[in-house]
Design a protein around this ligand. Structure first.
Ligand code: ADE
Ligand code: ZN
Ligand code: ZN
Length: 288
C-alpha cells in the first residue's frame, strides 16, 4: 500500500518535474555514477536492489539516481543532505565542525546522510526492524548522495555556496562555477568526444576502471575499521579537489574554456569513477 503510493508519487514527480536549478551532478553525472555501480553489483546486491526498485525501474537503478533532486521541493528537509559547507579559509573537512544544517543540527549533511541511509538499508536483513523505514527511498537517497559527495564543489566554501554564487562564462554561455562542475564539463565531454551520447562516456570510464585505475580501486573501496561506508574520506577528497582544481584561478566573471576544461576533465573522470565503484562496494557490503 505505502509502496504503491510511493510509486505513484514518484511517477508523477518524474513526469512533472522540471530541471533543477543547480543541484548535485546534473542528471548525466548521477546516471553515470549509478550505471558504473550497477554493473559491479554482486548477485545478492543486484537482487535486493531490484526488489527495492519500483516496477517501472527494475534492473535500472540509474534511471532513478536523480530522484532525490526532484523531491527536494516537497521533502524540504532533504535539501541540505546534498552537500557540505566548510569554512571559507579551510581546504579540509571536519565532521563535527562541518556536518550540520543551517540550524546547527549535527549530522544533517551529505556525509551524515550516507551513514544514516547505510544504517537504514542494513535493517533490510531484519524484517522486524525495517518496517520503520522506507528502504526504497533510502536506496535512492544513498545512490544519489554518493554521487553528490564526490562532486568537489558539493563540499565547498560556505560564503559562495559551493560556487553557486560565482558567475563565470563557460565558453560563450553565462553560468555559475557550481554548474560547470555539476554539468558543463560532463556535457562538453559528451558533445566533443561521444556524439552527445552518455553511454560512450560510461564505457570509457569502465575501461579505465579495469585498466589504468585497476591498481587503485581496492584503495578507493577501503574503509577504516571495516566500516561499510567512509563518507568523511569522500568529503575530504572533494574539498581538497575543490581548492586545488575547481576554485583555483577562478574569480567572479572568469572566462573558462579549453584550458580549464582540459585540465579539470581528469578530475571529473576520476570522481565519477570513484563514486560508482564505491557505491557498488557499499551496496555489496550491505546486501552481500
Ligand atoms: N548550497 C549551499 N552550499 C552548497 C553546495 N556546496 N553545493 C550545493 N548547494 C549548496
Ligand atoms: Zn543532489
Ligand atoms: Zn550541485
Amino acid at each position: 500500500m505505502a509502496s504503491e503510493l510511493f510509486q505513484m508519487i514518484s511517477v508523477l514527480l518524474i513526469v512533472f518535474s522540471f530541471p533543477a536549478l543547480s543541484h548535485g551532478w546534473g542528471t548525466d553525472g548521477h546516471y553515470i555514477v549509478c550505471q558504473i555501480a550497477q554493473e559491479r553489483l554482486n548477485d545478492a546486491a543486484a537482487d535486493t536492489v531490484n526488489e527495492l526498485l519500483p516496477d517501472y525501474a527494475k534492473n535500472n537503478l540509474s534511471s532513478l539516481c536523480s530522484w532525490a533532486d526532484r523531491v527536494k521541493f516537497i521533502y524540504t528537509w532533504s535539501s541540505e543532505l546534498h552537500y557540505i559547507d566548510v569554512p571559507d579559509d579551510s581546504c579540509s573537512y571536519n565532521y563535527s565542525r562541518d556536518c550540520k544544517d543551517s540550524n546547527g543540527v549535527q549530522g544533517r549533511c551529505a556525509s551524515g546522510a550516507i551513514t544514516n541511509y547505510t544504517t537504514q538499508l542494513l535493517s533490510y536483513r531484519n524484517s522486524s526492524d525495517n518496517r520503520q523505514y522506507n528502504l526504497t527511498q533510502a536506496l535512492l537517497f544513498l545512490a544519489h548522495i554518493m554521487g553528490d559527495i564526490h562532486q568537489p564543489l558539493h563540499v565547498g566554501h560556505t560564503s559562495d555556496k559551493g560556487g553557486n554564487t560565482i558567475d563565470v562564462h563557460w565558453y560563450t554561455t553565462n553560468t555559475v562555477l557550481h554548474h560547470v562542475w555539476d554539468s558543463s564539463i560532463i556535457d562538453t565531454t559528451e558533445a566533443d568526444f561521444y556524439s552527445s551520447d552518455v553511454t560512450g562516456y560510461v564505457d570509457d570510464l569502465n575501461q579505465n576502471i579495469t585498466g589504468k585505475w585497476s591498481n587503485q580501486t581496492s584503495k578507493w573501496q577501503g574503509c577504516s575499521r571495516n566500516a561499510i561506508a567512509c563518507p568523511d574520506i569522500y568529503a575530504s577528497e572533494s574539498i581538497s579537489a575543490a581548492c586545488e582544481w575547481a576554485y583555483k584561478d577562478v574569480t567572479n566573471g572568469s572566462e573558462l574554456g579549453d584550458k580549464y576544461f582540459n585540465s579539470r576533465l581528469p578530475v571529473v573522470d576520476l570522481r565519477l569513477a570513484q563514486a560508482g565503484v564505491r557505491l557498488a562496494e557499499i551496496l555489496n557490503r550491505i546486501f552481500g
